[in-house]
Design a protein around this ligand. Sequence first.
Ligand SMILES: C[S@@+](CC[C@H](N)C(=O)[O-])C[C@H]1O[C@@H](n2cnc3c(N)ncnc32)[C@H](O)[C@@H]1O
Length: 235
Amino acid sequence: MPPAREQRRIASFFEDICHNYEKFSNLYSLSLFTRWRERLMDEIALPECGSALDIATGTGENLRMLGDLARSRGRELDVFGIDITRGMVSFADSGPQITLSRAEDLPFRDETFDISLCSYALRHFYQERVFSQLYRVLKPGGGVYLLDIKEPGNALVNKGYRTYLSRIVPLIMRFRHGRSDGREAIEAVDFLVDSLDYSPNTDIPEKLERAGFENVRTTPLTMDTAFIAKGEKPA
Ligand SMILES: C[S@@+](CC[C@H](N)C(=O)[O-])C[C@H]1O[C@@H](n2cnc3c(N)ncnc32)[C@H](O)[C@@H]1O
């Protein structure tokens, strides 16, 4: 969970970085962010007809992909997003309805959505609060789908991962972006490393179960540096 003082930093960080968000995240993840997001989409069981909520939607990439997926399968899906950062949301497609709101306090009625999802933002949340909100707004039988990076369980992999983020990525960033953009990119990686320190994301299944979800399953991704977690609200 982020310390209280981090909350303001989180919002202003994403406001500052929004114009470069996708470029930087693909660069330091070696495009894995995009591949993992595709994996997340593969996991989603779409209803024949219904609605989906993407929390901390940012530039709306999940909403766009979910819309495409539904169209390609001939499903009728209304997609909604929420986020706290106006700048990030300004890069989203205009179709889906996006509301400026905190994930900890979702502005929707109980049992509204068939599915809910979230990618690359769990570290910034008060997770217990957000999971109970997701549970509240999902219909009985609805599914939750989460994707984020995590601290790898293996100490050696963790050490290598931290070295990659703190030493190698800054070099790549400076080389690719020059001095000024490079500095912004390095700040972005520092922010990511800090977020892993305060939210290592190693106990997500337990937290989902405590919120009431059942059939919780997680899939580790790329040497346990990321994961997909899914669960169901009992029917
Ligand atoms: C790393 S971006 C991920 C954006 C998007 N989900 C994606 O997959 O590209 C994190 C997003 O979380 C949002 N965010 C952080 N804390 C939040 C909160 N408490 N409630 C809602 N959104 C939040 C930020 O504004 C930012 O857009």
